[in-house]
Design a protein. Sequence first.
Length: 134
Amino acid sequence: FPVTIITGWTGKRADPTVLDNSDIGKVKEAAFACDAQIDLYSCNSGTPVNMEAKDYTTQDELVNDALTGNNLVSSFSNQVPHAVVNGFIGQTSYSGVGNGSLPTPATMDGSYSPTVGGQSPPTIKVQMQNGKVK
């Protein structure tokens, strides 16, 4: 069955809902089934660390940075190589969570999402396994 991880950022590292690369480094690969699917529904889980507010020239440049850079999706994929890891470049919407729905892709607007040519493109889903794009 899929593992769904929803995290938040309150600006305080001590907040127990915050998940970052130091936490992922403590994850035990053996804790996941050989056909595990890990869904990271947090905003910018596929956005390169420290690139959240960068303005890219093209969307391809943004995606290439995300898929080759340091982000939660690639970190989880390297830590648990047999699992398929899904995440998002950009923001996710939590509006349906109160009704029992999973978060959905939103936009890349706001100060913590990258832009392309000064514009906010739609959120992009990324998927990796064994540290590689799936």
